[in-house]
Design a protein around this ligand. Sequence first.
Ligand SMILES: [Zn+2]
Length: 66
Amino acid sequence: MASETDTRGGKIDEKLTAKVCFWCGSTKFRRVNRRGMLQRYVLTALGWYPWECAICRRKTFRRKSG
Ligand SMILES: [Zn+2]
């Protein structure tokens, strides 16, 4: 049976696949919520957003495209 839910799961934004995970080489990431007021404030001010590798689940930060 062909699967349509492999790496194209709805939570993974393929527009972000340009980034490669430093640890496992995965190019799949998903958004995670910011934690803490300081982190939220700083990251928002700098335009960075936290992401989680879909494979190894390590956190990384990626700047908003543009
Ligand atoms: Zn990874």
